[in-house]
Write a new protein. Structure first.
Lengths: 535, 260
């Protein structure tokens, strides 16, 4: 039955036979992702105070110190039970790995016991939350003066809940991977500003870097992942969205439209330009397409920098962009004021925006248009002969992808208050593409994960590293560690990410299975225009 | 008026004339085969009809409408679909998705319907899926609905390509070497499928090398050689035509056969 494969290039991947099989593999990936993310958060929480906060003995705090110093009481018991549950789950993980490796069957009761432990731990976490919020009980000792310990403790709880969720409900996660991931991602995403209550800087990162790059990755994924058109100038549409907002809501031109209409105007303008700039590239594919889009990516910020029609403010850009206000601003009953400098409303707003975009893109992915994109990606000539209008379908991919980054741009302009061409240089396109490649081209869950990871490393870890290394350096006696500008090495990080992902997992962390096989064995698609032109 | 009128079409690739001044008609309800030695220009003629290649000269009319200059997807929407000589399925889509792509040009959901998943898009999606499954059932592929096209055995891939072509509800079906690479059993099955399709009112125009298939099902045969039409007629007429025998067996062969 598989004799056809003999003639084909040796596939390095096991190709699933059916869509149901693909689903199983993807769900398993989501399960591992949740477990790993939970453990990672817990470990980071453990390490966080050690890095940053010196004690008298020269070494930093750990959450352990905090727990030991806490007063005994109901909360104290809950903390210890939760800790024991976490250890039990980690032990269970090791046992699982052992059982899988040796092919041994697990006892029947095992999964129920595991679910029970996870549930117990989760109940403890809820109890702790309840005690802390309602009775202001000092479960962890005197946490409030020390911002980082507070963060670390909440991170521990989050990490535990995540592991407990994935691990305790493993059978359910393995059948409802997408739902499980969405629930976990939005629960943690929504609580993010509360978990990091003490570090507004991190919430700013969440809104301004992680949120923006998740949107950019989602949009770029439509063009690169769904329709298979490599776009290296994606930042151009981001810029167009941001400049549209900035010129329609600032003192520069004396126009002050409300943010809630502007964000759609920004998306619409960017989408329009997506289609306009997409049109000349329709006959191209692969490297040639990449080069043309690269050109657009350079042209657009340059035109802005050269003060296009005297409207874009030249190198200084446009400043004084209006801060968004809640929709019913100035209404006597529900005036929540304007967003201003508080990062939280921005953060929650971009989370809602991401949720909306994800819902829309999920819909498209499973619809007539989504199928047409995949068909064009796989074989443009056959798609055209099957009745798909390749021109309009590709333009729609460019337009929808650009509109998503238009949202991001409009938001970005309003949040920063200033829009300059420097914000949209080539590095932005590279970052967006790196996030898509890392996360898994064509997989919405994957690119979201990729965007969060990349922006965490590039826009949080690297800038903060100097401070952390300063502490570590003075502890271990190499103060020179604190004198390095780690942010200068961001392109090294891109390089390392791209090279290692290509070597180790060419289709990304959470690959779309079809794209995975395409990437590793190649497709034979050539553009319709090339076939027609040769004729 | 014939269903498909091919009127003195010529196709040049630089200095090479692949199809030279060929004319013939395909009538409603017929099975017409096009045969000829390798490189005779059969697939090129197909590509000219389906809009993949622009014509150098001549005209192709379908139900009286000229197809010249029309993009392939509009020709499909008018009611001509095709399969390919080297199977061109969407390999990493499931069988049922492949057929659903075939229905693309019969669907009415707009971009915003797809984005917002409106009731219109949802009901249409359900109907299209049901129709796709019905087509798969008609061709005996329903067991494989969830299997990726690339994992199907060769014979079933050929059949799936026909299913995808049928999904757009064509009046004229062009098959480019549907029997290539099939084993004798599969060839017999294929002939059954083709004549069953004709019985549902479909007109079929195919390229084929396998003479048993061609002679078994064709109402009429068109023979191309070096881009020119050298014969046309019923299987019996074509089989006895000396120019056809020359083209296949080399010049003089027909004379030799007559004397033998």
């Amino acid at each position: 039955m598989r004799d056809v494969d003999i003639a084909e290039p040796q596939a390095r991947v096991d190709i699933p036979e059916t869509a149901a099989q693909t689903k199983r593999v993807e769900n398993a990936a989501v399960f591992w992702l949740l477990v790993c993310a939970g453990l990672l958060v817990a470990v980071l929480a453990w390490l966080l105070p050690w890095f940053v906060e010196q004690t008298a003995s020269g070494v930093g705090h750990s959450p352990m110190d905090v727990i030991i110093s806490s007063p005994t009481g109901v909360g104290w018991v809950a903390v210890w039970v939760m800790g024991l549950c976490l250890l039990a789950l980690i032990a269970g993980l090791a046992y699982d790995a052992f059982a899988v490796r040796t092919g041994r069957a697990r006892p029947f009761l095992y999964s129920r016991v595991r679910a029970g432990i996870a549930l117990l731990g989760a109940l403890c976490v809820l109890l702790i939350l309840l005690l802390v919020t309602t009775r202001a009980e000092l479960v962890f000792g005197d946490t409030s003066p020390d911002a980082l310990i507070d963060n670390a403790v909440w991170m521990m709880l989050t990490g535990f809940l995540l592991v407990a969720f994935a691990y305790g409900l493993r059978p359910w996660v393995l059948t409802h991977g997408g739902l499980a991931f969405t629930a976990a991602a939005f629960a943690i995403g929504g609580l993010f500003p509360l978990i990091f209550n003490q570090s507004p800087g991190f919430v700013v990162w969440g809104a301004q870097s992680a949120g923006i790059y998740v949107l950019l990755a989602l949009g770029l994924n439509v063009v690169v992942g769904f329709a298979g058109l490599l776009d290296l100038g994606y930042a151009a549409f981001f810029a167009i969205g941001a400049y549209s907002t900035a010129s329609l809501a600032s003192g520069t031109h004396g126009i002050h439209l409300p943010f809630w209409t502007l964000i759609f105007i920004g998306a619409a303008v960017a989408g329009l330009f997506g289609a306009i700039l997409g049109a000349p590239t329709l006959r191209l594919r692969g490297d040639y397409l990449a080069i043309v889009t690269l050109g657009f990516g350079e042209i657009v910020p340059d035109m802005a920098k050269n003060n296009l029609f005297g409207k874009t403010g030249g190198p200084n850009g446009l400043s004084g962009v209006d801060s968004p206000a809640f929709p019913l601003h100035a209404h006597p009953w529900y005036d929540f004021g304007i967003f201003g400098a508080n990062p939280r409303p921005y953060y929650w707003f971009i989370l809602v925006l991401i949720a909306g975009v994800v819902v829309l893109l999920r819909n498209v992915e499973r619809s007539r248009l989504g199928r047409a994109w995949v068909a064009i990606r796989e074989d443009e000539v056959a798609a055209s002969a099957t009745g798909i209008n390749t021109v309009s379908t590709k333009l729609l991919a460019f337009a929808i992808g650009a509109a998503v980054s238009g949202f991001a741009g409009a938001f970005f302009g309003a949040m920063l208050g200033t829009v300059t061409a420097d914000n949209f240089e080539f590095a932005v396109s590279v970052t967006a593409l790196t996030t898509v490649v890392l996360g898994g081209i064509g997989n919405i869950t994957g690119v979201v994960v990729g965007a969060v990871l990349v922006s965490f490393v590039i826009f949080w870890v690297l800038p903060e590293l100097q401070g952390w290394m300063g502490t570590v350096g003075s502890n271990v006696g190499i103060p020179a560690l604190g004198n390095v500008q780690y942010s200068d090495y961001k392109f090294v990080v891109y390089g390392v990410i791209l090279v290692s992902i290509m070597l180790l997992r060419p289709s990304g962390l959470l690959p779309s299975r079809a794209r995975k096989v395409e990437l590793e064995t190649g497709t034979e698609s050539e553009p319709l225009a090339a076939v027609q032109e040769r004729a | 008026m014939a269903l498909l009128e091919i009127d003195r079409i010529t196709k040049r690739f630089g200095g090479l004339i692949a199809v030279n001044d060929v004319s013939f008609d395909v009538d409603t309800g017929e099975i017409v085969s096009m045969i000829g030695p390798n490189g005779a220009g059969k697939t090129t003629a197909f590509n000219c009809v389906t809009g993949l290649y622009p014509l150098s000269a001549g005209d192709v009319r379908f139900q009286g409408v000229s197809l010249v200059g029309m993009p392939p997807h509009r020709i499909t929407a008018l009611g001509i679909t095709r399969t390919f000589q080297n199977i061109r399925l969407f390999s990493y889509m499931t069988a049922v998705d492949n057929v659903m792509v075939g229905e693309h040009c019969r669907m009415h959901a707009k971009v915003w319907d797809d984005l917002l998943h409106t009731r219109k898009a949802r009901t249409e999606e359900r109907q299209v899926e049901a129709r796709a499954l019905a087509i798969l059932r008609r061709l005996g592929l329903e067991r494989y609905a969830d299997v990726y096209a690339r994992n199907l055995p060769y014979g079933l891939q050929r059949r799936l390509e026909i299913a995808r072509a049928l999904a757009s509800g064509p009046t004229l079906l062009l098959l480019d070497e549907p029997a290539a690479g099939l084993n004798p059993n599969e060839k017999v099955e294929l002939m059954g499928v083709i004549s069953k399709l004709r019985d549902t009112g479909l007109t079929i125009f195919l390229i084929e090398h396998d003479m048993r298939v061609v002679m078994g099902i064709s109402d009429r045969i068109v023979v191309l050689d070096y881009g020119e039409k050298i014969a046309e007629g019923s299987p019996k007429e074509v089989r006895e035509n000396p120019r056809v025998i020359d083209a296949y067996l080399g010049s003089g062969a027909s004379a030799g056969m007559r004397t033998a």
